[in-house]
Design a binder for this molecule. Sequence first.
Ligand SMILES: [Zn+2]
Length: 323
Amino acid sequence: MTINRRTLLGAFVAAPAATLILDPVLAETAAPTRGLPPVLHQFSLGNARVTVLLDGHLPLGTQLFANYDAEKANAVLESGLHRMTPEGLNIPVNGYLVERGGEKILIDAGTADLMGPNLGAMRSGLAAMGVSPAEISTILLTHMHPDHSGGLVSADGTAVFPNAELVVSQVEWDFWHDDAIMASVPENSRGFFQMARTTVAPYQNRLRLISGETAVVAGVTSLPLPGHTPGHTGYMLDSGDQQLLFWGDIIHSTALQFAYPDWTIAFDTDPAVTAATRHKMLDRAVSDDLLLTGSHIDFPGLGRVLRQKEGYAYQPAPWQFGL
Ligand SMILES: [Zn+2]
């Protein structure tokens, strides 16, 4: 069996752990993907140029949500023009290239071939920009789930980005490399540990583990946002007099979770902490009028948060012309 989104999404219910281990032999014999076209959105922020690179999409089945209420869901889906498909709600996987002063930084790396034919376009996006993997100097990971770290590694287990330093939260690294924790989770979730380890393994000799709020590169500060995973981390980019927060997986479903922040999903390691962090972050986003972007916010995933009578709402930023 190959690794694809179905085996991945089934990991919590059915798929044996072995199907989730990145296996170069299996990857080589897998059916070729149809090759997704590059999809990009670029904007400037101060003296930086940011490109949102769409890696593809994932279906989120409604059974994955805690507290799911079909009546409430249908009402917000309708008002937001979101469509439900037989597999659930399709959500994007967004990755980022930040360019400033000749430096090229990636925030998350997409999935490469790890999660099936509907994902893996981030590299064709980079290629369309004329950026080669060798030019990437730093990769900031929000966390070590395969839709964020999968694109770090080729099917043969080598590093896709031969010159990049990898920056990851120490807490995140330790969690996924802890054999005792892996042994304590249900057997069908252990594949996530194997995948996390496989994707970062080629970067062990150019790795920087970070803690708390810290300057990770010039103008970028880390922001711990625990819950979805223990070391889940956002990154605040300061450029000129402007700021942009890359908040990772604070929201998985734009359609449902701004309105209902307590609807956690099965992939959240600690649902209570996830919901608490989400509430705190949404609150701050409103108070500080933050410009933000998220890995699963509807593409291109750039906007701000508004408070509503109950819950919150997302206001997408308009397309930026004339770069
Ligand atoms: Zn994710």
